[in-house]
Design a protein around this ligand. Structure first.
Ligand code: THU
Length: 128
């Protein structure tokens, strides 16, 4: 699975986001070390703090399927170029990165892809 294909899936799933309150859809798609792919979108709640981000939704699906080593995640919002994961999602993703690290794949201002390592955008995360 290429980064382009991963981003295409993130775009598709962003259309399912439930964003009644923010009107800010996000889609995320994770590629695991075993070559499996898991999608997630954000879903909000009238009790705002219960909102689940796209990245954590995708993470939950991967974990439920027994996948714990993530190679890449593509993140997309139609409302924002370079839609970086929030701090909470960075911490959650840091738990499941593959040995070679996790590639965070975003769409840039020219509709191309830009890739960051999670460690680069989230150094010194909390770890037990
Ligand atoms: N959101 C995500 O899904 N992922 C992020 O990393 C940042 C924020 C969602 C949460 C909320 O539904 C909306 O974007 C606006 O904050």
């Amino acid at each position: 699975m290429t980064n382009e294909e991963l981003m295409q899936l993130a775009k598709e799933v962003s259309q399912n986001a439930y964003v009644q309150y923010s009107h800010f859809p996000v889609g995320a798609c994770i590629l695991t070390e075993n070559g499996k792919v898991y999608k997630g979108c954000n879903f909000e709640n009238s009790s705002y703090g219960l909102t689940i981000c796209a990245e954590r939704n995708a993470t939950g699906s991967a974990i439920a399927d027994g996948e714990k080593s993530f190679k890449a995640i593509a993140i997309y919002s139609p409302k924002m170029k370079k839609c970086f994961p929030c701090g909470a999602c960075r911490q959650v993703l840091s738990e499941f990165q593959a040995n070679e690290g996790l590639d965070v794949v975003l769409e840039d201002e020219n509709d191309g892809l830009i890739v960051y390592k999670l460690n680069e955008i989230f150094p010194e995360g909390f770890k037990l």
